[in-house]
Design a protein around this ligand. Structure first.
Ligand code: TXA
Ligand code: MG
Length: 354
């Protein structure tokens, strides 16, 4: 097993200290790996133009080679060095949503190494809305490729401790910049087709994009429960966000869901299992035992912010099975349910009653 010395460094997210940013930027310039916070989740960064540096990301995460990385930039002008052309559609979206949780897919140019794009001729790019991230990219004066800073397959990190759990001893530096805000990753949007198509739902919702364009599609693989539809976003085909325990989602009328979860919980307890229940503010009092509250159903952003942390907490509690309520797919709910369903490997109980 390879082992690297990892430095953990605390940086003020509102006023990043110049000397610390400079130190992290030098690691990136020298081909090293640095985990840093963004407004969505923590990313694991390396110089996007340096194949050997990118190799370090894949190795540390244990990431499949065909799963491409998102390139993070700090200034719109950096894009010209990476892509063939920027479609008019993309310009409009950049003006509205950058910096922010929207990743767009472009035709790459020859400067972008194949290892970054998993062999694809397209490249994913975004400007994060986080001072530490953008100051770091500016100081390195490089485009920075950065997947989420977790071991492949585990829930994405929303707190520095999650990064430390997964990657300490495998990367050169971890920047502690506090909790990330949004908690689910950016929306991945294909703008190369006539109708903009969401390949991964995320921080920018379909409703947000509809304010700019009259029509926005979801990739067929997101709409279908059939695993035979190959997703356009390679990452969507892998098991993801998986806690150690088996996760089962209960869908339907919320009262039925709570009753059903209680029936199941009793059954599994009788079988000698340790059961975790993923509840919401509105329902938490209906359950007993290892109950964790995701957030408030009326404020789905709180649920997005807590989802990955909660999955990791269940791991710490060593539960054997997690019974989870589904939530409404409106707005950010689409991204939340996408992550939950992947974590559950599509293990869903449809409970009738609406
Ligand atoms: O919020 C985020 O997007 C975070 C932060 C760190 O920026 N990053 C992130 O990266 O979630 P990652 O690697 O965990 O997810 C990137 C997703 C994967 O599903 C990948 O398959 C997709 O973007 N992707 C990357 N390049 C692509 C391309 N050229 N075509 C289609 N999908 C692409
Ligand atoms: Mg990821």
């Amino acid at each position: 097993m390879f082992r690297v010395t990892t430095e953990i460094i605390n940086i003020n997210k509102d006023n990043p200290e110049n000397d610390k940013i400079h130190k992290a930027a030098m690691i990136l310039k020298n081909g090293g790996t640095v985990a840093f916070p963004t407004e969505t989740v923590y990313g694991l960064g390396a110089n996007a133009l340096d194949s050997a540096a990118i190799e370090g990301i894949f190795k540390a995460k244990g990431r499949p080679q065909d799963n491409p990385l998102i390139i993070h930039i700090a200034d719109i002008n950096q894009i010209d060095n990476l892509v063939e052309n920027v479609p008019v559609k993309a310009r409009k979206l950049m003006e509205r949503f950058w910096p922010g949780p929207l990743t767009m897919i472009f035709n790459k140019n020859k400067n972008v190494p194949h290892i970054v794009t998993g062999g694809l001729s397209t490249v994913a790019i975004r400007i994060p809305n986080h001072k530490i991230a953008t100051e770091l990219i500016k100081a390195a004066d490089l485009p920075i490729a950065a997947p989420s800073a977790n071991i492949s397959g585990k829930p994405s990190p929303t707190h520095v401790n999650h990064v430390i759990e997964d990657l300490y001893g495998k990367i050169n530096m971890i920047i502690d910049g506090g909790m990330t805000g949004i908690g689910v990753e950016s929306t991945v949007l294909d703008v190369s087709c006539n109708i903009p198509t969401i390949l991964r739902p995320g921080g920018v919702t379909r409703e947000d994009i509809l304010e700019i364009f009259p029509k926005v599609e979801y990739d067929l693989a997101l709409k279908s429960n059939e695993k035979i539809v190959i997703p356009k976003s390679p990452g969507q085909k892998y098991t993801h966000y998986s806690p150690k325990a088996k996760l089962i989602i209960f869908e339907g009328n919320i009262d039925n869901v709570s009753n059903q979860i209680n029936v199941r919980a009793e059954k599994y307890l009788d079988e000698g299992m340790k059961v975790g229940i993923m509840a919401t503010e509105q329902t938490k009092d209906k359950y007993q035992g290892c109950v964790l509250v995701l957030g408030d159903r009326q404020k789905p952003k709180t649920i997005a912010a807590n989802l990955f942390r909660t999955l990791r907490e269940f791991d710490k509690m060593s539960v054997d099975i997690i019974l989870a309520e589904s939530i409404s797919k409106e707005g950010i709910g689409e991204a939340i349910m996408n992550r939950m369903k992947k974590a559950a490997d599509e293990n869903i109980v449809v409970n009738g009653g609406g």
